[in-house]
Design a protein around this ligand. Structure first.
Ligand code: SF4
Length: 600
């Protein structure tokens, strides 16, 4: 094993910034990363044992103990549970003979929870040894476990009923379906990769391209909505001998899966968008940060990159532009929602824990390896190509005043037609519900757990940055759902699980809020508890990154828009005594230090 690990370390030139790749390969090939492996890596790359261990312990898909010859990851997102996930877990447990988050005694099968895997439109789904299984039934589980016990290769267990589009490509062979229901500028057919490089980049200066993107008023499609042209301008003007273009393909917001479809169907367009960004800011290196859950695409995406190199769309003097050199590599993540935050993503790409950095300085000034780095979303980079192709006026003429152009939505939950829809900003929630044929809708979660849970009285609200902004996730819950128990609590558990733990606010307050919520759900709540929840969420806005800043949103927006559900939890017939007397509780401590408790 020592030689095997040495080979992996050498494959990455003993480079400590490639620690993620080393750990991913060791996890895959050896089955876990034990203490000896940690020591071996640390010695070889010049890090301390603790440096390596802290990266190892940060990500969901790394483990110090073997997780089974077959490792089954079952996601526990709200929509997965709605679609029958718990029944599937039970079936796996019974057939395999072990509980979730454990491994069978013979070490053959491990069952583990994980956060949303980007398959909300085809749940219940699982990842087994990096292969995706969708629309699981108890019957399918019986067969899968039987095949695992027989030691069959995972590809044979998966079968050959491949999904549509590139999912059936020989380098992918996945059962995942695209479920594209409405196409727009990104997903439409007919664009040949390289057109803009040849027809536009060769004729325009970088500054001119940035001006066109600025004129389009395009804002980043990842959720934060920062103006793309401005970001590129900052990066171009930042001092640095080396600049980087990063594509953030770490779509971990529960309910989002549109980047998965773009990556599969339009990788050439995406990589060309990275070339355009590189030309604009003066970068020579690019990195696609691909979430671990989408590892099944990596070989295919690398083939697309190879083809582009052969066509002189990557490499040296791209498109015949003298001195314009740029290339892209793929960096896999290892399961951490917070890495969707751009500075956390950069930390992760450097081989560290994915903890967001303090800002300023911003990544466009001090980013990857301390060099100026522009981090852009998958959809943003694709749209940049189309803005150059069709002109900024074309883009401005779509959408709303502050939200120009198109937006791809990932729609899931209680509706007849879940899937991917490319619409223009300005759609109302009612338009969305009509489009996907949803009926008797009780609530809609717009923008994932960090967004807003709205009720029918707000379904005329508009999808745009000025009203309901969204990175693309829309989840629908009909009247049959227990929204507090199955949605809001699930989202709070998600934030608690995914907090990196750096800020005391984000580390502590969501736990207290979740516990208070449980008290209410268990019938012990008072109306004061609802007020407490509203007040306790306030300090969260002082957290360092968006995760902590929005971690109270599931509770806050549901109290705001579904107050009756919360008030229903309060037993108004009983003058409920919480039984807790703060004065009495601290009396001993006060006596010990000789202080009189302050009256309240
Ligand atoms: Fe980490 Fe939460 Fe602080 Fe973000 S807000 S840096 S996730 S502890």
């Amino acid at each position: 094993m020592k030689d095997q690990i040495q080979g992996i370390i050498q494959k990455y030139n003993n480079d400590k910034t490639r620690l993620m790749d080393m750990l991913i390969d060791i996890q895959d090939e050896v089955g876990c990363v034990c203490g000896d492996a940690v020591q071996q890596i640390a010695s070889a790359v010049g890090l301390s044992f603790v440096d390596v261990e802290q990266t190892l312990s940060f990500y969901h898909f790394f483990s110090t103990e073997p997780r089974g010859k077959y490792t089954v990851y079952l996601n526990n997102s709200a929509v997965a549970i709605m679609m029958g996930r718990n029944k599937i877990v039970k079936a796996f447990e019974e057939e395999a003979g072990c509980k979730i988050n454990s491994v069978t005694e013979d070490g053959m099968i491990g069952l583990f929870d994980t956060s949303c895997i980007g398959m909300n439109d085809q749940e219940p789904a699982a990842i087994i040894n990096n292969v995706i299984f969708t629309k699981l039934t108890t019957k399918k589980v019986t067969r899968i476990v039987s095949d695992m016990k027989a030691g069959k290769p995972i590809e044979e267990i998966r079968g050959n009923d491949f999904g549509d589009g590139a999912n059936s490509h020989e380098l992918v062979q996945s059962v995942v379906r695209n479920n594209i229901k409405k196409k727009g500028p990104v997903l439409e057919e007919g664009y040949e990769t390289g057109t803009i490089i040849h027809d536009y980049l060769t004729k325009h200066k970088p500054e001119e391209i940035i001006e066109v993107i600025k004129k389009s008023n395009m804002r980043g499609r990842g959720g934060a909505g920062f103006p793309t042209g401005l970001k590129w301008d900052f990066c171009r003007k930042a001092k640095g001998d080396q600049k980087y273009i990063f594509c953030n393909a770490d779509e971990g917001e529960p309910g989002t899966f549109k980047d998965r479809v773009i990556l599969m169907e339009k990788p050439g367009l995406l990589f060309e968008g990275m070339v355009v960004a590189a030309y604009s800011v003066g970068a020579s290196k690019g990195l696609l940060y691909l979430r671990h859950e989408y590892k099944y695409m990596a070989v295919y995406l690398n083939k697309v990159l190879d083809d582009m190199r052969k066509d002189n769309l990557l490499g040296e003097n791209i498109g015949g532009i003298e001195g314009f050199d740029f290339d892209i590599r793929i960096q896999l993540g290892a399961g951490a929602y917070v890495c969707g935050e751009e500075s956390a993503l950069i930390e992760s790409a450097e081989g560290k824990r994915g903890e967001p950095r303090d800002r300023p300085p911003f990544p466009v000034q001090v980013g990857y390896l301390d060099k100026p780095t522009s981090v852009n979303n998958v959809e943003t980079l694709c749209l940049a190509v189309k803005v150059l192709k069709n002109g900024p006026e074309w883009f401005v003429n779509q959408g709303t005043k502050d939200s120009t152009g198109s937006k791809i939505l990932s729609i899931s939950g209680d509706c007849k037609e879940p899937g991917v829809y490319e619409v223009t900003w300005g759609f109302t929630v009612n338009d969305v519900l009509h489009m996907v044929e949803a009926e008797e809708v009780q609530a809609v979660q717009v923008g994932g757990p960090s967004g807003a849970l709205i009720g029918p009285n707000e379904f005329d609200r508009v999808l745009c940055y000025a009203d309901l902004s969204t990175g693309g996730s829309i989840m629908i819950f009909d009247e049959s759902r227990d929204v507090l128990q199955h949605v809001v609590k699930n989202f709070m558990d998600f934030f608690i699980e995914e907090s990196c733990g750096s800020c005391s606010t984000c580390r502590i307050i969501p736990v207290l809020m979740r516990d208070k919520m449980n008290k209410l759900l268990n019938g012990h709540g008072t109306s004061q508890d609802i007020k407490d929840l509203e007040n306790w969420a306030k300090p969260l806005r002082f957290s360092r990154c968006g995760l902590g800043q929005t971690a109270g949103n599931p509770i806050l927006t549901s109290i705001k828009n579904h107050r009756h559900l919360w008030e229903r939890q309060v037993n108004k017939d009983v003058d409920y005594d919480t039984g807790f007397d703060l004065h009495a509780a601290i009396q001993d401590a006060s006596d010990a230090v000789g202080r009189i408790p302050v009256a309240h």
